[in-house]
Each structure stands twice: as structure tokens, then as C-alpha cells.
Design a protein around this ligand. Structure first.
Ligand code: SF4
Ligand code: SF4
Length: 383
């Protein structure tokens, strides 16, 4: 085995990242039995933890980049070894040396887009709000109650712009006072942080925080669970505390308060997928389900692995920017499971999951056999 990272640097980086719990690992292997990678290839998080403990990590290989930060193995680790922190710490070292093995190389381009234009697609800032043209939404000012933060995917991706449009239409129907910051906002920085680029994350986060404060933002509605998680759990490291709510929580609140009414039917059998950063990381399990259950005609079915055990789509931890061979995509498995359960649509509430599932539907040649939808799109059809 070629040892690339020097012993002391690995140990120091892991300690600084709060991952010194690697020393508690007693190599029971429970993490390996839970990790979804072992359904599609061979991957040992247990071995990576062991190597990191002795400073023997190999940063030139793809292994340290595989973890999707799905959060599953930490739930059963008997020694509270912080596997995700360890993985990110190792990626920080690789980032420092600019070492990105084959399938990870696209991260360089993503970094460049984020650095120059504040979004991973290297799209013009001025176009960030184009999707909203002609829709009933205003620019955010200091008298506006809620900022709607759609995320980069919903701002620029043709498939996901439809989700942002649906959000706006629902908020307008419920007479919510909300607005957009458009070109003033950056990517939240979550995925690039998980690839180990801490400096870029800090820059994006600080710029966003400055923009939020200067524009009088106090309450934020997010569509992406990744933005939700970052604003709610990670931005407070900068001594700020915005009130952050995910659209599924907000829509459920509007329904309960009678500000939003369901008028139509949705006669379909639907399987709901818990996104890792909404479900396992933030325990938002009930609100999406309560919304779906409130829709007449809709039959909600559950995956065998759901809620805390939900199978990751494969896109977290910055994997959304990396290349994954067709036969190693978790999302293929999930779409097949949904189909085998008799679902007509696979519904979720995360842009990364939608991207992965749409891709799997294409790769598996499923055509119209199953639909992929964001929960917002379903709700928009019945309110
Ligand atoms: S589950 Fe925890 S203690 Fe067991 S091998 Fe994995 S990291 Fe080590
Ligand atoms: S967090 Fe998820 S993907 Fe990462 S090592 Fe644990 S089980 Fe595997």
C-alpha cells in the first residue's frame, strides 16, 4: 500500500475536524454491513477508519470519496465514531494537495463555477431568477416576511425549475408574503464542504450571511434539504440564527392552519423516498407523509427501508458532482424497488434525489412505467 498522506497530517486534520473518535473504533464492522456501497461494490468504511487512525490513508484513490454522508452507519456505531467527519477530514487533505482521482475530477470544474459565479454550474448570476419570470413573486426587501431560497439546481436546471415554479404557485395561493434574492445569493456551500473544500464553503456562507443581514432576512423557506440542513445546523457556527423551514414543513403548517386547501384528487399509488438530509439528518419524516395522506385518491406506500433506514439516492457528500458507473448507482436500486412495489410514481423532496432518480429511469429504460416527482409538484396539482 502506498501511503500518500503523512502520518501526522492525517491525525491532526482528523482531530481538528472533530473526528478524533476514530480511536474509539474497535473494528466491529457494523458500519460495513449498513453501508449502501456494499450492495453495489466492495467498500469498507471500517478499513478507512482503521487506516486513518494510523495515518495510513491513501488520498490518491477513490475510496475516501465514496461516502455519500448518508448518515446511516453512525446510527448503529457502538462507539460513536464520527465516520462522516473522518471522511471529510481526509478529503480536506486531498483538496489541499489538489488530488482528485478519476471519477472525482469534475469537482475542479464545480469549484471554479462556485468561485467565480457562486453556483456549481458556472451559470450567470443574472440568470438565477429567470425561472420566475411571469410568476407571482416579488424581489425580497426588508418588509418581506419570508425569503424563498430555491437552491442552485432549482434555479438553473430545466427539470428542477418546474419545482421552484410549483413552490411559488402554492405560496401565492396561500397568500404568503415571500420574495426572492435572485442574483444576490450564492450556493449554500453544503456539497462543496463535504468534498473537503472548507475555504470555499466559508466564503460562500459568509457572503450569503452578509446578504441575508443586509436585506433584512429573518425567515427562510428552502426546497433543498441540503440548504435547509446548512442554514439551520451549520451557519450558526458564524453566530447567526435564521428561522429555517423546509417547504414540506411549511406546506403542512399552511394546510393545518387552513391557509392552503386541497381541492383536487390525485389517483395514484405513490412511494415516498426520505432524502437523507431531510429525514435521517433532520428527522423530518412526518410532514411530507401527512401532506400526501391528506390528498384524496392518493395511495401512499412505504419502502421496506424507510425513515431512519432509508436507502440513500447516492448523491450526498458531493457525490452529485462525481461520476458513478451505472452498475454502482443506489438510485437504480431505489427506482426498481418502487416499481416492484407497484408504485406509479416515486415522490421525494430533494433536488439531488430527483436528479438521481430521473437519471436511473433513463438508464434503466423505464420510460413511462414510473413517474419521478417532487412532493411540491404533486401538491401543486391539487391545491
Ligand atoms: S461501527 Fe463504529 S466501532 Fe464498529 S467498525 Fe464501524 S466505526 Fe468502528
Ligand atoms: S455515512 Fe453512509 S455512505 Fe458514508 S460510510 Fe456511512 S453508511 Fe456508508
Amino acid at each position: 500500500m502506498e501511503v500518500v498522506a503523512p502520518f501526522k497530517e492525517v491525525i491532526d486534520e482528523i482531530r481538528e475536524s472533530g473526528g478524533e473518535a476514530v480511536q474509539n473504533c474497535f473494528q466491529c464492522g457494523k458500519c460495513d454491513t449498513l453501508c449502501p456501497w456494499n450492495d453495489v461494490t466492495r467498500f469498507s468504511v471500517r478499513r478507512i477508519v482503521r487506516e486513518a487512525l494510523f495515518g495510513l490513508s491513501e488520498i490518491e484513490k477513490e475510496e475516501i470519496w465514496r461516502c455519500t454522508t448518508c448518515g446511516r452507519c453512525p446510527t448503529l456505531c457502538p462507539r460513536d465514531v464520527k465516520q462522516i467527519d473522518d471522511m471529510v477530514a481526509l478529503r480536506r487533505i486531498a483538496t489541499r494537495y489538489n488530488v482528485y482521482p478519476g471519477p472525482v475530477k469534475p469537482i475542479r470544474t464545480i469549484n471554479a463555477g462556485l468561485q467565480s459565479r457562486g453556483n456549481p454550474f458556472n451559470e450567470e448570476r443574472q440568470k438565477r431568477k429567470e425561472w420566475a419570470e411571469g410568476l407571482p413573486v416579488k424581489d425580497f426587501d426588508d418588509k418581506t416576511e419570508y425569503l424563498y431560497f430555491p437552491c442552485c439546481y432549482l434555479s438553473y436546471d430545466p427539470r428542477l425549475k418546474r419545482v421552484a415554479m410549483a413552490v411559488v404557485k402554492i405560496l401565492d395561493k396561500a397568500r404568503v408574503d415571500f420574495g426572492l434574492l435572485g442574483e444576490k445569493e450564492n450556493c449554500c456551500g453544503e456539497s462543496i464542504r463535504k468534498t473537503g473544500n472548507e475555504d470555499l464553503y466559508v466564503r460562500l456562507a459568509k457572503e450569503n450571511i452578509k446578504t441575508f443581514i443586509e436585506n433584512g432576512v429573518k425567515r427562510i423557506i428552502t426546497s433543498s434539504p441540503h440548504c435547509f440542513h446548512t442554514f439551520k445546523n451549520e451557519y450558526p457556527q458564524f453566530m447567526v440564527n435564521f428561522e429555517v423551514i423546509h417547504v414540506t414543513q411549511f406546506f403542512y403548517k399552511l394546510l393545518k392552519e387552513g391557509k392552503l386547501r386541497i381541492n383536487g384528487h390525485y389517483r395514484k399509488r405513490i412511494a415516498y423516498h426520505d432524502p437523507c438530509y431531510l429525514g435521517r439528518h433532520n428527522k423530518v419524516f412526518d410532514e411530507p407523509r401527512e401532506i400526501l395522506k391528506a390528498i384524496p385518491g392518493l395511495e401512499l406506500i412505504e419502502f421496506e427501508e424507510s425513515k431512519m433506514e432509508s436507502l440513500c439516492c447516492g448523491m450526498g457528500g458531493g457525490r452529485v458532482w462525481m461520476e458513478t458507473p451505472k452498475e454502482e448507482r443506489f438510485s437504480n436500486k431505489k427506482v426498481e424497488q418502487a416499481l416492484n412495489m407497484g408504485a406509479e410514481e416515486l415522490v421525494t423532496s430533494c433536488p439531488y434525489c430527483i436528479t438521481a432518480f430521473e437519471d436511473s429511469r433513463l438508464v434503466l429504460g423505464l420510460g413511462e412505467k414510473i413517474g419521478i416527482k417532487d412532493l411540491t409538484e404533486v401538491l401543486e396539482e391539487v391545491v
